[in-house]
Design a binder for this molecule. Sequence first.
Ligand SMILES: [Zn+2]
Ligand SMILES: [Zn+2]
Length: 342
Amino acid sequence: MKSLVLKKVGRNFEFDIENHPIPTISENEILVKVKATGVCFHDISIMLGILRRGVKNDCILGHEISGEVVQIGENVNNINLGDNIVSTLNSSCGNCNFCQKGLDYICYQSKGYGHGIDGGFTEYISLNEFNVLKIPSGVNIIDASILACPIAVSIRGLKYVSKIKPKDKVLITGSGGGLGLHSAIVSKYLGANVICLTTSIGKENKIRELTNSEVILLDEFDFSEIIMAMTDDLGVDLVVNTVGASVFERSIRSLNQFGTMLVFGEIEGAKTSVNLAELIFRNISINSSCGANKSDILEAINLVNTGQLKPVVSEVFKLEEANKAFDKIIDRHSLGRVVLTP
Ligand SMILES: [Zn+2]
Ligand SMILES: [Zn+2]
């Protein structure tokens, strides 16, 4: 089978298409024929060398994996041949305290797919039964790849960490990216009044169409002044910061009293400094969230299956054309999620 292997990290990253044997499975595992794998900024951060900790050598990237079950181990009980599945984001053990309590995404024995262990930019992958969820026939298998990340990740961050309430004013930075766009979609679903920020002229109208929210096209102007003007000088209740350090201070200045910033992405691996008085005088809280557990993914599956959330996969590329997909994301020319198919 062909696999896309990261051979060199940095600005001049390099991949090879390698021929690997189809994985063998143990008694608790299933063999999945990969149908689609989303390209996350997490993958881009690894290939650019921004994110290095815990990354295996010669890694097959990709943690947003959907596919069809083509072989099952003898102790597999809940998955059948022919099922369509989406993977979790980590290879959780299923037995530890965290896994038993439903916090499988922070299992200490787990490794991230496409990070600590090989991921989905390949034709076949072996996965433990514990780390897959079935996809109903009403959900398109390409869309299914992004159910865990970014959709369930957004549900965890916005519904369970940020606890968005109906009518909350929510500002999304980087709203044209995969996490940003799905954060806007999930915030709208939760009843928030959403303002989306983007720096991409070409994406402005599409974001408006897909999220049914206010969209502001940014230039060099300090967006916090626009946000204050739009909110009677009050500010928003929540900033979902998918961009990171470069907009950190302006995000804080956009917040209302008792406002919260959800730190949800850091695209440059940069640091930030902030005048702490800005936080104190506004009674501001800063939260962060990373990942999604199986119940979040199940919630995402149900919401998509019932038409309450609509995944945005804007383009599909073959593994051989992966560099085109990566360049588009790095140059910020992609909208929502771009996925690879074998
Ligand atoms: Zn992801
Ligand atoms: Zn565990």
